[in-house]
Design a protein around this ligand. Structure first.
Ligand code: UD1
Ligand code: UDP
Length: 398
């Protein structure tokens, strides 16, 4: 008798979800005798999502095309819930895989729960313990977690967060973050070594790679970040800033007004993943409020200044590879100057293993899905799970 293949729905809507699910999708496809993946794009993002799908050659089975200009959280949530309900009604899925902390992840998880489809959450258990930072992502991942049956925690810190909230140990697998797998996929394709974007001279300047788009920073705080970048470029004549500006109009308005047409500040359109990894490889220092970029930079040995008040990804700072600097102009300039001004400080922040993963997260996830959907408990033995050795490494650093 031929076994029925497991129908695993995988839903994504934004750039980071697609990047982080691409290796999971590739792994599911490699096990095609066991799994029949069903790929659902909400298209919460349009062009920034399509850039990723093109790079990873992913064709969704259904594209809900939900993005609207300057969408509100509530309206988008309603559209995702409604559209996902129709998709789930029409497709008998064995489970739905959601990723991270976006509106897509939260609303799709809820839609699956309402239809009694078990949810598996990739990148579960990250916590800032501040519902306003990042907003609304801290609530999104908690809400998704409440309706999740199997939690894929990227690190032991994320796993411990879930345990402290009462999630059963048997419902958690520590996998590493799939973004490290995604980076490896691209490095293996040997494409992450592109020329600098048009307009950025190929000279000996040290590059600051900037990204900032978080909702809680819109307005004054994003203005402070922009002013700090301007100060740094003035203070260090051998520095250029490269900033791929997010397409959210609330971000672009401020950044283009504050930093447009300035010497050695290069505002560029979002670049595809090959282009962004090339920038990570070429840059000297990263200033970002992005979750994914914080997790990628250690693979390239690049120090990170985290432009946030709190981070749910403390591993790099605990290891001395990143610093949480907040959004004050003075603090950003001071910390960046410290790193730009001292090769000793720079070296200590650029040497160390990536604490977020070992590029085997998606293999662990797919192995776990197989065991879970076939009724195995525990899903994975502790010895098969990701162990970064972070506790030992923190002890060495401190
Ligand atoms: C969303 C996520 C955030 C994630 C970010 C990744 C939520 C609540 N927020 O924020 O967690 O860090 O994506 O980038 O889910 N836009 C375009 N084209 C695009 C993408 C966006 O024009 O390809 C513009 C549109 O006007 C859109 C707006 O940006 O309405 C906001 O998009 P949305 O997904 O709601 O929020 P982000 O700020 O992108
Ligand atoms: N990224 C990209 N092009 C860019 C900027 C970022 O491909 O111009 C990638 C980056 O490598 C990371 C992801 O987008 O993997 C992060 O997305 P974003 O910062 O939008 O979201 P977050 O991770 O903060 O949710």
């Amino acid at each position: 008798m031929v076994n029925k293949r497991l129908q695993v729905g995988v839903v994504f809507g934004t750039r980071p979800e697609a990047i982080k699910l691409a290796p999971v999708i590739a792994e599911l496809k490699q096990h095609s005798t066991e799994f029949k993946p069903y790929l659902i794009s909400t298209a919460q993002h349009r062009s920034m999502l399509d850039q990723v799908l093109q790079v990873f050659r992913i064709s969704p089975d259904v594209d809900l095309d939900l993005m609207q200009p300057n969408q509100t959280l509530n309206r988008l949530t309603c559209r995702v819930l409604q559209a996902m309900d129709s998709v789930l009604a029409a497709n008998p899925l064995d489970c739905l895989v959601v990723q991270g902390d976006t509106t897509t992840a939260m609303a799709a998880a809820l839609a699956a729960f309402h239809r009694k489809i078990p949810v598996a959450h990739v990148e579960a258990g990250l916590r800032s313990r501040d519902m306003t930072n990042p907003f609304p992502e801290e609530s999104n991942r908690r809400l998704a977690g409440v309706v999740t049956s199997l939690h894929f925690a990227p690190t032991s810190i994320a796993r411990d967060n879930l345990l402290s909230e009462g999630v059963a140990r048997s419902a958690i697998v520590t996998t590493g973050n799939t973004v490290v797998d995604a980076v490896k996929m691209l490095l293996d394709m040997k494409m992450a070594d592109q020329a600098l974007p048009a307009g950025v001279p190929e000279d000996s300047s040290r590059l600051l790679l900037i990204t900032s788009h978080r909702r809680e920073s819109w307005g004054t705080e994003l203005e402070n970040i922009c002013d700090a970048i301007r100060d740094l470029v003035v203070a260090f004549p051998d520095v250029r800033a490269v900033y791929p500006v997010h397409l959210n109009p609330n971000v672009r308005g401020t950044v283009l007004a504050r930093l447009g047409n300035l010497d050695r500040i290069h505002l560029i359109e979002p670049v595809d993943y090959f282009g962004f990894l090339s920038l990570l490889r070429r840059c000297y220092l990263v200033l970002t409020d992005s979750g994914g970029v914080q997790e990628e930079a250690p693979t390239f040995g690049k120090p990170v200044l985290v432009l946030r008040k709190v981070t749910e990804r403390p591993e790099a700072s605990l290891m001395g590879l990143a610093r949480l600097v907040g959004t004050s102009r003075e603090a950003i300039v001071k910390e960046a100057s410290d790193i730009l001004g001292s090769s000793v400080v720079y070296r200590t922040m650029s040497e160390g293993q990536n604490p977020y993963g070992d590029a085997r997260a998606s293999a662990r996830i797919v192995q776990s899905l197989s065991r879970w959907l076939n009724g195995a408990i525990p899903v994975l033995a502790p010895t098969e799970q990701f162990e970064s050795g972070i506790r030992e490494q923190i002890a060495t650093v401190s």
